[in-house]
Design a binder for this molecule. Structure first.
Ligand code: HEC
Length: 277
């Protein structure tokens, strides 16, 4: 029966669209996680979803409209259904569709009493495997310190003085890395006003702000500089952030140095880890 087949095509179209939606909503978070790594699912943000769904609609309509026959197969059932009129199904559709759209619009514009869920968390929890790390320049091993004294020809300098010299050297080396790589976004003075800063909707962080790196431990800055935006959890909207992961370009030691430099340039102190109190 040819009629049966035409009806079929209409539902196939609706079904393809539904499958595309379900795929984007429930499958892509796993794919993104597999690509980016980490232990959290990465959902597609609302605007990304809208973009993909519009593309799917566009693809479906190109397919439907590429021949008059396909066009008829899709619209035929709808037109015939509407033309029949005055059946219970007809009135059900005529009442339910406007009600459904009306409810959607109402839901969209009505004021909500719940707190907005779109708030971004800047300082998400430091991942467990980073929280134990210590800056090797602030807490050098006896061996590392001896090696440093020898390499720098510091003779029989005192233990504490040698440590200070080590911190100073590492910070200065970090400054060079900072000026090369971080300053375009975070600015020469670490005030978040680098030459590229205006290009990002989520601005590079102003390190001199008392609510920024001054409220976290140095290891946190090490983590953020090493892993960049891909490591952020969904509530910190990694897709909005331009913060690069520097682990591909720099060793851990170099990243510790640049973290020290970030504090030094901003003239703020890191929060001290609880254990040190
Ligand atoms: C392409 C621009 C860009 C560059 C280059 C860049 N950053 Fe960022 N950075 C950002 C943006 C945007 C944010 C804010 C969003 C976020 O937290 O991911 C940020 C956030 C941070 C944070 C989080 C601060 C906080 O208080 O949460 C740290 C730490 C950081 N950057 C360090 C660095 C270091 C160190 C470098 C250089 C090695 C660097 N950034 C280079 C754009 C950049």
């Amino acid at each position: 029966m040819p009629k049966q087949k035409k009806f079929h095509f209409f539902w196939v179209t609706i079904l393809s669209f539904t499958i595309a939606y379900l795929f984007l909503k429930f499958v892509t978070p796993f794919i993104f996680q597999a690509i980016k790594g980490g232990d959290k699912l990465i959902p597609l943000p609302g605007t990304g979803m809208l973009m993909y769904l519009l593309l799917v609609i566009l693809a479906v309509f190109s397919y439907i409209s590429y021949s008059a026959k396909k066009f008829e197969e899709f619209y035929g059932p709808i037109v015939r259904f509407l033309a029949k009129g005055n059946t219970p199904q007809y009135w059900a559709v005529m009442v339910l569709v406007p009600l459904f759209i009306g409810w959607g619009v109402y839901d969209w514009v009505s004021p909500k009493t719940v707190s907005p869920t779109g708030i971004r968390i800047q300082h998400s929890a430091l991942p467990g495997k980073f929280s134990k790390l210590e800056n090797p320049f602030r807490h050098p091993t006896e061996e590392a310190l001896k090696k440093f004294i020898k390499e720098e020809n510091l003779g029989n300098i005192g233990h504490e003085e040698a440590k200070l010299a080590m911190v100073e050297k590492a910070t200065n080396e970090g400054r060079a890395i900072y000026m090369l790589n971080c300053h375009p976004c975070h600015g020469c003075a670490a005030d978040g006003n680098g030459p590229q800063a205006d290009g990002f909707r989520l601005r590079p962080v102003n390190f001199t702000d008392m609510g920024a790196i001054a409220t976290v431990i140095e290891t946190y800055v090490f983590w953020r500089a090493k892993e960049g935006n891909p490591a952020l959890p969904p509530e910190s909207t990694p897709w909005d952030s331009a913060m690069p992961a520097w682990k591909y370009d720099y060793s851990d030691e170099e990243i510790w140095k640049v973290a020290m430099a970030a504090y030094d340039i901003a003239r703020v102190m890191a929060r001290q880890p609880e254990a040190a109190h």
